[in-house]
Write a protein that binds this ligand. Structure first.
Ligand code: SAM
Length: 313
C-alpha cells in the first residue's frame, strides 16, 4: 500500500504524521486518557515496550514539557519518565531510555534503579509480540508480556497507582481480568476508537493499585496461579474455582475516545489542497532506528542481487 493510499484508508496514520506523533498508537493513549484522566497528579511513569516512542511522546507532551516550561519548576521537580524496549529509540525530551527485554529480571532492575527508591504513579505497557496469526500462540506470548509488566508493577508502582496494558481479547480474558483484580480495585477493559474493530487488541485500565495485605512481589506467580484453579483456593475474592458457569465474570468493557470522532475502520477522502496542487503524503515522523525487519530486508536484497548475478552469467 502506498503512503497516500494508506493516508486515505487509515485516518489515524495520517493524523499522527500531521500532529508529529511517531506512531498512530499515540491516539490510543490519548483516547484512554480522555476517558480515565490518566495523567492527573502523575509525576513518575514507566513506559514498557515503548518503541518507536509515540506513547513516550504523549507522556513527554502531557507531563514533562508543561513542567519544564512552568516558571516555578526546578529540575528536581520535573517528572521522571523511563521508557524500555527491545529496540533502540530516537531521543524524546525528558524520557530516559533503557534498551532491554522486559521479561528479563535484569531489565526490571535497571528500571527500578532509575526510580532510586521512589514509587511510580503510572506504568503503561503497549507491548506486542510479532504476531504469528496463530491466535492462541499470539495470545499466550502477549500474556507473557503482561505478566512481565505486572512483575515490574509489583516492584515499582505506588499504592493507588495505575497500570495500562495492551491485551489480546481471547478465551483467557476473564482469567486475566481476575488476576488483575487481585491488585487493583478497579479494572476496565477499554477499546479506544483509534484501535480497529477488526483487531483483537484492547487495553486493561487498572486503577488504584492495592495489592493484597502482606504481598511480597516474589510471590506474584504463585498468587496468579491460584486464580481460576479448581483447587478451592477461595481466599481470592474475584473468583474461586473455574471461571465458568455461575463463577463466570462479566468484564467491564468500555469504548473510549470521542465516539463521534474518526472511525479507524473507515476510509476518509484526502484533504483538498487549496492551490490546486496534488496532495502530498507526509513522511513518517521518526522511522524506527533499527527495526527487527531491517536484517530480513538486507538479506532479501542481498539474495535478490545474487539471483540477478546468476541470471547475468
Ligand atoms: N507504544 C509504542 C509507541 O507508541 O510507539 C508502540 C509499541 S509497539 C506496538 C510494541 C513494542 O513492543 C515493539 O517496539 C517491540 O519491540 C516491543 N516489545 C515486544 N516484546 C518486548 C520485550 N520482551 N521487551 C521489550 N519490548 C518488547
Amino acid at each position: 500500500m502506498g503512503k497516500a493510499s494508506r493516508d486515505k484508508r487509515d485516518i489515524y496514520y495520517r493524523k499522527a504524521k500531521e500532529e508529529g506523533w511517531r506512531a498512530r498508537s499515540a491516539f490510543k493513549l490519548l483516547q484512554i486518557d480522555e476517558e480515565f484522566n490518566l495523567f492527573q497528579g502523575v509525576k513518575r511513569v514507566v513506559d514498557l515496550c515503548a518503541a518507536p516512542g509515540s506513547w513516550s511522546q504523549v507522556l513527554s507532551r502531557k507531563l514533562y514539557l508543561p513542567a519544564k516550561l512552568s516558571p516555578d519548576k526546578r529540575d528536581g521537580d520535573l517528572p521522571l519518565i523511563v521508557a524500555i524496549d527491545l529496540q533502540p529509540m530516537a531521543p524524546i525530551d525528558g524520557v530516559i531510555q533503557v534498551q532491554g527485554d522486559i521479561t528479563n529480571a535484569r531489565t526490571a532492575e535497571v528500571v527500578i534503579r532509575h526510580f532510586d527508591g521512589c514509587k511510580a504513579d503510572l506504568v503503561v505497557c503497549d507491548g506486542a509480540p510479532d504476531v504469528t496469526g496463530l491466535h492462541d500462540m499470539d495470545e499466550f506470548v502477549q500474556s507473557q508480556l503482561i505478566l512481565a509488566g505486572l512483575t515490574i508493577v509489583a516492584h515499582i508502582l505506588g499504592e493507588g497507582g495505575k497500570f495500562i496494558a495492551k491485551i489480546f481479547r481471547g478465551k483467557d480474558t476473564s482469567l486475566l481480568y481476575c488476576q488483575l483484580k487481585l491488585f487493583f480495585s478497579v479494572v476496565t477493559f477499554a477499546k479506544p476508537k483509534s484501535s480497529r474493530n477488526s483487531s483483537i487488541e484492547a487495553f486493561a485500565v487498572c486503577e488504584n493499585y492495592s495489592p493484597p495485605e502482606g504481598f511480597n512481589p516474589n510471590d506474584l506467580h504463585r498468587l496468579l496461579e491460584k486464580v481460576g484453579t479448581p483447587s478451592g483456593e477461595d481466599d481470592l475474592d474475584c473468583n474461586s474455582g473455574w471461571l465458568e458457569g455461575p463463577n463466570k465474570v462479566y468484564i467491564p468493557f468500555l469504548a473510549c475516545g470521542d465516539l463521534s470522532g474518526f472511525d479507524s475502520d473507515r476510509s476518509y477522502p484526502l484533504p483538498t489542497v487549496a492551490d490546486g496542487t496534488t496532495y502530498q503524503s507526509l513522511d513518517p515522523v521518526q522511522p524506527p532506528i533499527a527495526p527487527p525487519y531491517k536484517r530480513a530486508l538486507e538479506m532479501k536484497k542481498a539474495s535478490s542481487h545474487g539471483i540477478r548475478e546468476v541470471d547475468n552469467i
